[in-house]
Design a protein around this ligand. Structure first.
Ligand code: ADQ
Length: 743
């Protein structure tokens, strides 16, 4: 026994030594990998900008500064400087560390006889390790000067720590297994022990080694992933979004704030029914939430919502999958009338859409809007699990919430997305509380719109109504130490759409929809799918059908336009009137062209479940989206996603954000009735080969620019912003400490 103990001690000692050597070797290797990697990235970045740098170098130092700023958009580049050959600084970026002055860096390169073309130096700042890449500019390299890039390598330390944890865990498991094996060996005869070992390795006993194998594999997987992911492009999927979240947010919980909930529980005669609301916002965000879990804070609006929550007003969704939480907030009738119907939908909605509806602003609605924003902001702060959470604030219902959340959680990363257009300055000026709205939104770290035009309009509004610095190069608003980045993130849909799993093949959809509508098998079908809203141009759409039939008698009796119209905001008189007008227009056109059973317009005035909506998309010859003004419009993208047969024609209003993405659609001006009628006729006559060509190209676009990319891009930008803010904090505190030490 003493001999076996000696053996055991010897083995453990050897393993400990192995652990130390392994750790050192691994640290060295990973550090070299990462240094090589960041250096390569800097060469690529400067290579790409070389031409502009050389053009700007002698005559346009401001241009050089802008180019340097573009180069430092790379998340690992901390700062950049342009140095003249004699060591003078031509330009630097904001966060460029002062300790690496051009004079010092160039002197050091000369001392070390580093190449003028490219030289690197690995060194330390008090905030952590950094790598300097120095690249010559001009022909021959260095004749104009040199660009110095400073890379933050502190992430290597963080990863080292993770790697070390894995290694220690692996060695610990190895030590345990080895001790066990040693004791067994001491206990049993050599032969028997050998037999046991053979058994262990040959199969039956392999289980004992599994933890070790699993840990080592996990370590290798993670290293391989972290190393390979940097350079990877490719398509965005739920898995990639999850990876991005895990990588950039390090497991932090995502909290979404939106007025509409993704699942509504409603009482019916047959019990509780789950409804999927007709809302572009929900369509876009629900798949994101399924991919990343977290909490969705929303107004509980269903008649059975209270019956389905737990003691904290939470319910797990989606039903059957239960991957994230919905936290429901209850609103009184007065609150709902003031905040939702009043200020949001009679004030802000018509303010932001150019659709000839006069915004109504009432002081009592505004008071409710403020109070309800505060209630939701408080609920968000209760749901977070750290002092620097990621919060996604959605839409015009919550313009004040970003500032309110920021007040309670100054370190939070708040991404606000405005799902509707942002109008021009003159229009924003109509709102009596425009300054408060703008200030509220500036609580965000990043403020996203669908298009660059909406971003420009927002920045102009800030310029007109608030005292703040606008960094036009970076599209940012600076107030004190804080900045809000204003960025376009065109929203999209999931790809592939999971509802399609519940929808039959195209032929079957064509057959069943025509049977449902009582139409002959060869009927030509157009489809429109909308919330019944005056911005969607439904009357103009019907007018185009009217003009089509007036000009094409061969289509009378054959062409039918089916409109799925979900009732929306029915408490508001404007929507009530719209409802009546739309029905009236449909009646008039049907009276004009209808014969017997034939009615050219079929108005299905109801909310339909997504699987039904997709069945209609697949059954139709064409889909017409005629919005008078629309932030994006997801119906257009859904139609494209539904047509995996490559057929079908999309007619799309030029006033939608989607018209910028889906350029192969037939783009129309919905106010120009004759043009829209001609486009309908062209769609019905379009050869299949042309349909396929257009549809294929649009499908590629929607597949690539899907909602996972939308969310992923925002989260990556937010993570980068966080990193920069933290680095700036570190540098400030370090400089502060230095100033104290050496006043
Ligand atoms: P919405 O104005 O709601 O969205 P949209 O983007 O077209 O408009 O999305 C509507 C969604 O509701 C689609 O998913 C559609 O399938 C569904 N829907 C419409 N009618 C339906 C019906 N009758 N039955 C069932 N479902 C129906 C707002 C902005 C848009 C922006 C989105 C997302 O107004 O410009 O694209 O947010 O940011």
């Amino acid at each position: 026994m003493p001999r076996s103990l000696l053996l055991l001690a010897g083995l453990l000692g050897a393993l400990a030594l192995l652990a130390v050597v392994g750790d050192l070797a691994m640290r060295d290797t990973t550090r070299r990998w990462f240094e090589r990697d960041v250096d390569l990235r800097s060469r690529l970045a400067v290579g790409a900008a070389r031409q502009s740098l050389e053009q700007q170098w002698s005559s346009d130092p401001a241009g050089v500064a802008t180019t340097l700023r573009d180069i430092t958009r790379d998340e690992r580049i901390m700062g950049a400087a342009a140095c003249l050959p004699e060591g003078k600084t031509l330009a630097t970026t904001e966060l460029y560390p002062r300790e690496f002055s051009c004079r010092l860096v160039l002197e050091r390169r000369r001392q070390e006889e580093g190449s003028l073309e490219h030289w690197t130096l690995s060194t330390e700042l008090p905030s952590g390790p950094v790598l300097l890449s120095v690249l010559g500019v001009g022909a021959p390299p260095g004749s104009l000067g040199e660009v110095v890039l400073v890379h933050d390598l502190s992430f290597v330390q963080r990863r080292d720590a993770t790697t070390r944890r894995f290694l220690i865990a692996s060695y610990f498991v190895l030590a345990l297994v080895t001790s066990l094996v040693t004791l067994l060996g001491a206990r049993f005869a050599w032969r028997r022990w050998r037999r046991e070992m053979l058994r262990a390795f040959s199969g039956e006993g392999r289980r004992e080694f599994q933890p070790l194998v699993r840990d080592v594999r996990a370590l290798l997987d993670r290293l391989a992933h972290e190393h390979g992911h940097e350079a990877r492009g490719g398509s965005w999927s739920p898995a990639r979004l999850r990876e991005t979240l895990a990588r950039y947010l390090e497991g932090e919980r995502v909290v979404i704030l939106a007025n509409r909930e993704p699942y509504i529980h409603d009482k019916t005669d047959n019990g509780v029914r789950v409804l999927h609301p007709a809302s572009g916002l929900v369509t876009a965000l629900e798949p994101v939430m399924r991919a990343c879990s977290g909490v969705w804070v929303a107004h509980g609006s269903g008649s059975a919502d209270r019956d389905t929550v737990d003691a904290h007003d939470r319910v797990r969704v989606p039903p059957g999958e239960e991957s994230y939480l919905v936290r429901r907030i209850w609103l009184s009738e007065e609150e709902e009338n003031g905040y939702y119907y009043g200020f949001s939908n009679e004030g802000l909605w018509p303010l932001c859409h150019i659709a000839h509806a006069r915004p109504v602003f009432r002081a009592e609605d505004w008071a409710q809007y403020q109070a309800v924003n505060q209630r939701f902001a408080d609920a968000v702060c209760d749901e977070v699990d750290s002092d620097d959470p990621i919060v996604l604030v959605q839409d015009y219902h919550f313009a004040l919430a970003p500032r309110m959340i920021r007040k309670r959680l100054p370190r939070a990363t708040i991404l606000t997305f405005w799902h509707i257009p942002w109008p021009n300055v003159e229009r924003i000026g109509i709102c009596p509380w425009r300054e408060e709205i703008l200030t509220g939104l500036l609580g965000s770290s990043i403020l996203g719109f669908h298009t660059a035009q909406h971003c420009r309009n927002f920045i102009e509004s800030i310029d007109a109504f608030l005292e703040s610095r606008i960094d036009r190069e970076a599209n940012a608003i600076v107030q004190g130490h804080r900045r809000t980045l204003v960025r376009p993130y065109p929203i999209s849909i999931e790809w592939p759409v999971h509802w399609l799993d519940q929808v039959p093949p195209v032929d079957e959809c064509r057959r069943s929809v025509r049977a449902e509508l009582g139409l002959p098998a060869d009927a030509l079908l157009g489809v429109g799918v909308d919330r019944l809203d005056y911005t969607k141009g439904i009357e103009e759409r019907f007018a185009a059908v009217d003009a089509l039939l007036a000009g094409h008698d061969e289509l009378r009796g054959r062409f039918v336009f089916v409109q799925l119209a979900a009732p929306s905001r029915t408490k508001i008189p404007r929507y009530h009137e719209l409802n009546e007008r739309v029905e009236e227009v449909a009646r008039t056109i049907n009276a004009r062209w209808g014969q017997g059973d034939y009615q050219p317009i079929r108005l299905l005035h109801a909310h339909h479940e997504p699987a039904t909506v997709f069945r209609y998309y697949r059954a139709a010859e064409l889909c017409y989206v005629s919005s008078l003004h629309d932030g994006m419009n997801l119906v257009a993208k859904e139609f494209v996603a539904a047509r995996d047969d490559g057929l079908g024609v999309l007619l799309l209003s030029q006033f939608t954000g989607a018209a910028r993405d889906l350029t192969e659609a037939l783009i129309v001006n919905p106010y120009d009735t004759q043009q829209a009628a001609n486009a309908l006729a062209a769609a019905l006559q379009m050869p299949e080969s042309e349909q396929r060509e257009r549809m294929l190209s649009m499908r590629r676009m929607v597949a690539e620019f899907n909602v996972y990319r939308w969310a992923g891009r925002m989260i990556i930008d937010a993570a980068e912003l966080r990193r920069r803010e933290r680095m700036a904090d570190r540098l400030t505190s370090w400089r502060g400490a230095l100033a104290l030490e050496h006043p």
